[in-house]
Write a protein that binds this ligand. Structure first.
Ligand SMILES: CC(C)(COP(=O)(O)OP(=O)(O)OC[C@H]1O[C@@H](n2cnc3c(N)ncnc32)[C@H](O)[C@@H]1OP(=O)(O)O)[C@@H](O)C(=O)NCCC(=O)NCCS
Length: 150
């Protein structure tokens, strides 16, 4: 398994992968992935096993908040619990540090225990501090927003 910048990835393949990882992530229009690939490709990562994309994470730099917001972390159901999610997060962390960001932010839907465990283990293993910065509650939206200080 190799982690690469999304610049080398294929948007339609990522959409197929994300479709397999519902319900906590859902695929958006191919144009959204084209934007990620062409404008944010170094902070968005793919995990490749041979020729197949088995993991994806995207991140968006926020000029307003001075943070890198992680969106859509997804690992093929057939390849979970092998450390791929952690490797993708580590690759984003390294790129965030390289670019001078002081934090990562992300949100997790209520009940998404696999994602909670993944981010928590990632933060613990790297001896980083995680804090809750916001709770989003409205119709169809129950999310907790976290920050990891780098
Ligand atoms: C969340 C997700 C990306 C994790 O990917 P993964 O490759 O399986 O994660 P890893 O193998 O790197 O696991 C990281 C840690 O979290 C733990 N973990 C992962 N999934 C877990 C689960 N279902 N239950 C308990 N612990 C879990 C692992 O055991 C590991 O801990 P360890 O280092 O002590 O062994 C994957 O489950 C997924 O794609 N889920 C669907 C999409 C999703 O919910 N994305 C997140 C949106 S915020």
């Amino acid at each position: 398994m190799e982690v690469q910048d999304f610049t080398s990835g294929d948007c339609s393949e990522v959409i197929v992968l994300i479709d397999k990882c519902r319900p906590y992530v859902i695929p958006y229009h191919v144009y959204a992935y084209w934007i990620l690939k062409n404008y944010f490709g170094s902070v968005c990562k793919i995990a490749r096993d041979g020729t197949q994309i088995v993991g994806f994470v995207s991140a968006l730099p926020s000029m307003e908040k001075g943070t890198l917001f992680i969106w859509q972390l997804a690992v093929d159901p057939a390849c979970r619990r092998l450390g791929i999610g952690s490797h993708l997060l580590q690759a984003v962390r390294e790129e965030a540090i390289r670019l001078g960001f002081k934090s990562l932010q992300y949100s997790i839907s209520d009940g998404n225990f696999a994602s909670e465990a993944t981010f928590q283990r990632f933060s613990e293993k790297a001896h980083l501090t995680t804090s809750i910065i916001e709770k989003l509650t409205s119709v169809g939206l129950k999310e907790t927003v976290y920050q990891i200080d780098l």
